[in-house]
Design a protein around this ligand. Structure first.
Ligand code: ASP
Length: 326
């Protein structure tokens, strides 16, 4: 770790300059590519701190599943973060409701949605995967399961988030909350461990001031996250409704299976999403992808999407390339 570059080039980074050459290529030749492992990538600037925790696991030879769970827990427990876990912005009625999912290299997965008063939904999702015959638990049932598993009940509405919600309520003109390039959203994390196995995690408090009961893409396997250890993994952030409509993460994995590089696969998914939505004005979606060789892709509808990457050659926040400038 000592020799690693601890750089944060956000704001200075130009993706064309910083991307490894392979990330821009249209296809990946799996037989020729050199494996870059271990590696962890995650969405947004908040991914930088989460990656450090994940990297500690990966660098010590731990598995990708433990890495992504421990990594995103950092963001979930960060009270200053307004879009994930503790401190997340509530729905329009003032309830903080959390969504999360996790998937491992054996196609096993678990998820929770509309979960209240539990700080680390990603760990509940993992318990759903490991301790139940189900994939997704929601609402009261998910909370009861979490409490039975020993998770503690906690008020997740911090004073800062409460104040923001009260200010929002007073602004009558703001009828439609936006997920724009200024809202730094869900954390999605993808990791490839030293054994060459992939896992992913995705966790969020969702669309700020959403309707009570609304669930987005983040706990939906195939939309907010998908992992296929034969091929690669992908995750999403931004307007969940748009991601679900194209089954975003599973599409990216399937495009990689057809031979596209992670970068080309993310670009194709965003182009498809934009083609199918005429009303995306100022509404952001970003995808990340990682293949079995440790090659990375990142692409978004609008400028402003960032991702953190940690491997043996980098520990940085990058600006993603994008379809439209905002
Ligand atoms: N994708 C999340 C959702 O729609 C939110 C986000 O990433 O900001 O719930």
């Amino acid at each position: 770790m000592k020799r690693r570059r601890f750089l944060n080039l956000t704001g200075l980074a130009s993706a064309g300059f910083l991307f490894p050459k392979s990330a821009n290529s249209r296809t990946t030749n799996a037989t020729q590519a050199i494996q870059n492992k271990p590696i962890v990538i995650s969405t947004w600037r908040h991914g930088f701190a989460a990656n450090q925790q994940a990297w500690n696991v990966l660098d010590a030879g731990g598995n990708a599943l433990d890495a992504v769970e421990r990594g995103v827990r950092v963001t979930e427990s960060d009270a200053s973060n307004r879009s994930v876990g503790l401190g997340g912005l509530p729905d329009r009625e003032g309830n903080v409701t959390l969504d999360a999912c996790i998937m491992n290299h054996k196609n096993e997965c678990g998820a929770v949605a509309f979960l209240k008063e539990i700080e680390n939904p990603i760990s509940v999702a993992r318990k759903v995967m490991e301790e139940t015959p189900h994939v997704l638990l929601v609402g009261k049932g998910a909370q009861e399961f979490a409490l039975a598993q020993g998770f503690e009940r906690k008020n997740l509405l911090t004073p800062g988030a409460k104040e923001a919600w009260e200010n929002w309520k007073q602004k009558q003109e703001e009828k439609r909350p936006g997920i724009n390039h200024e809202n730094h959203d869900t954390i999605g994390m993808l990791a490839l461990d030293k054994n060459g196995n992939l896992s992913g995690a995705c966790t969020t408090s969702g669309w700020a001031y959403k309707m009570h009961g609304r669930v987005g893409d983040s706990p939906i396997i195939g939309s907010g996250l998908f992992v296929d250890n034969e091929v690669g993994a992908a995750c999403a952030t931004g307007l969940g409704e748009a991601v679900i409509r194209i089954s975003g993460s599973s599409i990216i994995v399937e495009l990689m299976r057809q031979g596209l590089s992670p970068q080309a696969a993310c670009e194709e998914a965003i182009h498809r999403l934009v083609r199918k939505h005429k009303d995306l004005d100022n509404l952001q979606v970003g995808f990340l992808a990682l293949n079995k060789n440790g090659e990375v892709g990142a692409y978004s509808v609008y400028s402003g999407f960032q991702y953190a990457r940690t491997d043996t050659s980098a520990n940085e926040v990058f600006d993603s390339t994008f379809q439209m400038s905002k």
